[in-house]
Ligand binder design. Structure first.
Ligand SMILES: [Zn+2]
Length: 428
C-alpha cells in the first residue's frame, strides 16, 4: 500500500473529511495544496447524488405515464350489462352534439335537445328491469337570484328547461336522493362536446347500467339525474331546479359533472362544504381516483374566472357535493374546437366508472339520511399517481405543516450557525 493509499478517509455525519494523513513529504504537500483551495460545500457523496437524480427521473417518468394512462374502454354489448359501456355513452354524446350549437333559447336547445333526451330516457325505461322505477319530469322554470360571480349581479331567467329523471326501487317511497347534474346547453358557437354533452351521455349510460336486467341496482335512496338546459347563461337552470322542483327537497348530496377542456382524466376539484365523509367515500370506492385539495384552494380563491352549478346547489340548496371536471386541452373550452373526436373513449370510461361507483355508494349509504357529526369538518385530499387517494382531517394537516415549519427553522438555524471553516471541513 502506498503512502497516498494510507490516507484514511472517514465518514463523519453529513460528509467525508480527511482525518489522518501519512507523514511522507509528498502527501504533506498534497494536503498543503488542497488546504489552499476554496472549500466546496457538497454534503452528499457523488454517487448518492447520482442515485437520487436517477430515482427522481424514474419517478417523474412513472408519474407521467400513470397520469396519461386511461382505462380500457368497454365497447361490446356482450359481457356484463350492468357495467358502464363507453360505446353507448359516446353514441349519446354524438347524438346531442349532432343537434348543433345549443345555446339557451335556441330551438336546438329548448326543443330538439329536450325531445332527444326524453326519447333516450324512454328507450332506457322500456328495457329496464321491472324492479326499478324511472320517472321523467320536464321542468320549465322562471326565477331570479343574486350572484357574487364574477362580480355582484342579479340573474333573471324565464322558461329555462330542465329534464330530470328519478331512478328508484319500485314500490319504495324514497325520501332522500343523490343528485347527478350535467348541462346540455352550449356556449355560443361551440358544439360543447366536452362541456357538457359527454357528461349527459355518461349519465344516460349510468342510468341504463343501473336499470338493466338481470341485476338492477336496488337501494333505499333514489338517484336524480338532472340534465339542465341553462348553465352557460350563468347557472340559471340549476337554480330553477334546486329552488322550485318538487324533487329538490329530497336531495341530500350532489355530484356535478363539468368540463373546462376535453379528454384526459376528470379531476375532483371541490368537495363539501363540510361533510368530509364525501371525500373519504370517493377515496374508498372510485376505481380511478384523481383529486386535489390544492385545486379546491385555487378554485375557491376566485383566481380562476369560472364557476359551476356546485355554487348554486351549495348556496341556494344548502346541499354538499363533489365537483369534478375534465380540464386538459383547455384551449377548446367554449370554442368551436370542443368536438366529440377530441374525447378518447378511455376518458369516458374512467369518468363513467368513477361516477357510477360514487352514485351507488351514496345511494346505499346511511350517511345520506343522517351524516351526524360527519357533517362538520374539513379534509385534505389528494391522489397518489392515480393509484389511491389520501384523505385526512384539517387538524392533522395543521400538525404536519407545523412540524415541517419547525423542521425548516431548525435546519436553517443550524446552517447559519456553521462557520465557514466548518463548511470547509465537510467538503469532499
Ligand atoms: Zn359547463
Amino acid at each position: 500500500m502506498s503512502a497516498r493509499q494510507r490516507a484514511v478517509l472517514t465518514n463523519a455525519g453529513s460528509g467525508r473529511r480527511v482525518q489522518k494523513t501519512s507523514d511522507d513529504s509528498q502527501n504533506k504537500s498534497s494536503v498543503a495544496r488542497s488546504s489552499t483551495r476554496a472549500p466546496t460545500p457538497s454534503i452528499l457523496p457523488n454517487h448518492l447524488v447520482i442515485l437520487f437524480l436517477v430515482s427522481l427521473a424514474a419517478l417523474a417518468g412513472l408519474a407521467l405515464r400513470l397520469h396519461w394512462s386511461l382505462p380500457q374502454p368497454i365497447q361490446t354489448a356482450d359481457g356484463n350489462p350492468n357495467a358502464f359501456n363507453s360505446r353507448d355513452a359516446r353514441r349519446h354524446l354524438e347524438d346531442i352534439v349532432g343537434l348543433g350549437t345549443r345555446h339557451v333559447g335556441s330551438e336546438a336547445n329548448e326543443v330538439h335537445a329536450v325531445a332527444l333526451l326524453r326519447k333516450k330516457v324512454e328507450e332506457i325505461r322500456r328495457l329496464a328491469s321491472r324492479q326499478v322505477e324511472i320517472e321523467l319530469s320536464v321542468q320549465q322554470v322562471s326565477g331570479s337570484f343574486g350572484l357574487d360571480f364574477p362580480d355582484s349581479m342579479t340573474q333573471l331567467y324565464r322558461n329555462v328547461t330542465n329534464v330530470a329523471v328519478r331512478f328508484s326501487k319500485r314500490g319504495s317511497s324514497p325520501r332522500h336522493a343523490v343528485l347527478v347534474n350535467a348541462h346540455y346547453d352550449s356556449a355560443v358557437g361551440s358544439p360543447a362536446a366536452s362541456d357538457d354533452a359527454v357528461s349527459c351521455g355518461t349519465m344516460l349510460e349510468i342510468l341504463r347500467a343501473l336499470a338493466s336486467d338481470p341485476q338492477p341496482f336496488l337501494a333505499d335512496h333514489s338517484i336524480v339525474f338532472l340534465f339542465n338546459g341553462a348553465e352557460e347563461t350563468v347557472l340559471q337552470a340549476s337554480h330553477g331546479f334546486i329552488t322550485q322542483h318538487p324533487w329538490a327537497n329530497e336531495v341530500r348530496v350532489f355530484l356535478n359533472l363539468e368540463a373546462a377542456g376535453a379528454g384526459g382524466k376528470e379531476i375532483v376539484f371541490q368537495t363539501g362544504p363540510g361533510h368530509p365523509w364525501l371525500a373519504r367515500m370517493y377515496a374508498s370506492v372510485v376505481p380511478h381516483p384523481f383529486a386535489s385539495v390544492i385545486a379546491q384552494e385555487v378554485f375557491q380563491s376566485g383566481a380562476i374566472p369560472s364557476d359551476t352549478d356546485f355554487r348554486i346547489f351549495r348556496d341556494f340548496g344548502g346541499v354538499p357535493g363533489i365537483d369534478m371536471a375534465y380540464f386538459v386541452n383547455g384551449y377548446v373550452y367554449h370554442t368551436a374546437y370542443d368536438t366529440a373526436d377530441r374525447i378518447p373513449d378511455g376518458s369516458i370510461q374512467r369518468a363513467g366508472e368513477n361516477v357510477m361507483s360514487m352514485v351507488k355508494a351514496l345511494a346505499l349509504s346511511p350517511l345520506l339520511e343522517d351524516p351526524g357529526a360527519d357533517r362538520h369538518g374539513k379534509v385534505v385530499f389528494f391522489d397518489v399517481f392515480g393509484l389511491f387517494s389520501v384523505v385526512y382531517p384539517e387538524r392533522l394537516a395543521v400538525i404536519f405543516n407545523s412540524l415541517v415549519l419547525v423542521g425548516c427553522a431548525v435546519s436553517l438555524c443550524s446552517g447559519i450557525s456553521l462557520k465557514p471553516q466548518q463548511l470547509g471541513k465537510i467538503a469532499v
